[in-house]
Ligand binder design. Sequence first.
Ligand SMILES: [Fe+2]
Length: 432
Amino acid sequence: MQSTSTSREVSDWPVVSQPTSLLEKYLAVRRTSLHLCAPLTVEDHSLQPMPDASPAKWHLAHTTWFFETFVLSSYLQDYPPFRGEFRHLFNSYYNAVGDRPLRALRHILSRPSLHEAHAYRDYVDEAMVRLLADDVPSDALDLITLGVNHEQQHQELIVTDVKNGLWTNPLRPGYRTASDGHEASTVAKVLPLEWCRFQDGIYSVGFAGQGFSFDNEGPPHEVYLQPFRVASRLTTNAEYLEFMLDGGYGKPELWLSDGWDCVRNNQWSAPLYWEQRDGDWWHYTIEGMKPLAMNEPVCHVSYYEADAFARWAGARLATEFEWEVAARSCAVEGNLMETGRLHPQAIKTAGTLAQMYGDVWEWTGSAYLPYPNFKPAAGAVGEYNGKFMCNQMVLRGGSCATPLSHIRVSYRNFFPPHVRWQFMGIRIANGN
Ligand SMILES: [Fe+2]
């Protein structure tokens, strides 16, 4: 860790997998956000390298704002807000709550200070503990659970936004040093890709279990799938490099029209964070620049690149329902945030369906659309997912920065097709 980090260091990774109560889960998730920010300097907390990314300080305050605005203001009697102006200042996109500062200008909020953002968190935490000490109406419990899951989403964004911000610095400083005891990939060989086959049929998809899910995961419904096969593992850096060396970025026939425009306009010739040094490929990681490990999953590619690679490989991307059906045969485990690696990892054994959870979010070939009879949640939080169902693609499976207790088989992430700064990768699929 850097010597100039803030005093709020948390030595052990907070365990959130098996909480015994909502309060325990709430507190563990809140600690985890601070844990992720512990290696950052005060200055790092204000980095906003592009409009899509937000400063870590903003994430810390905005996740707190969610509990204050949607829970405490309605359900804790006589609750005085920490500072009234924060209702406007830390609103992200909720039109029902009111106006807010421009997203691209979140970095200008030098005041409130980081110290005050931490005080805001403490203030709201104390009030949440008081609220949860009594009987809480079920709609409030639902909002608190949503807030906990919301904060977990922002935890992943803290990692990816900080990574992008530090990479923008010409010195390419790491978020942490390599000596923090996190095991690097030890398998040097690229293990063979095999195909896992699935029969055609009518399958149930969507969330149908107990516990929390986002509104966009339902209602559960049936879909008919043609026979299909999915790759047993993620696409590796070695395979992606082969595509690059074959002139993949220069062959218009491999690209969607928008993708080709995107490649040309942005002069893309490799995934985000890749850099050639003296003829060798390096990439920027959470621990700074490292030689590219050929057996690791390729990461930080757009939907356009994933789609073009799949076409070059004589394959395609799985639809989100093919992915979901395939993932049902796998346990929800893998290289998720709790491993502490915050970097995708090579598989250790070949042959079985692997890496479905963790490592990288897998681009699917499915547009982000509502399921049949989808109804957004009631109230302002109805703006959470539904209003983004246009011009985005679905990603599945979570990444190395997704908390284990946050991901599930029906989980739908979504991003516009040009986006690369999340931990995004490729698994190819095909018809049988
Ligand atoms: Fe948010």
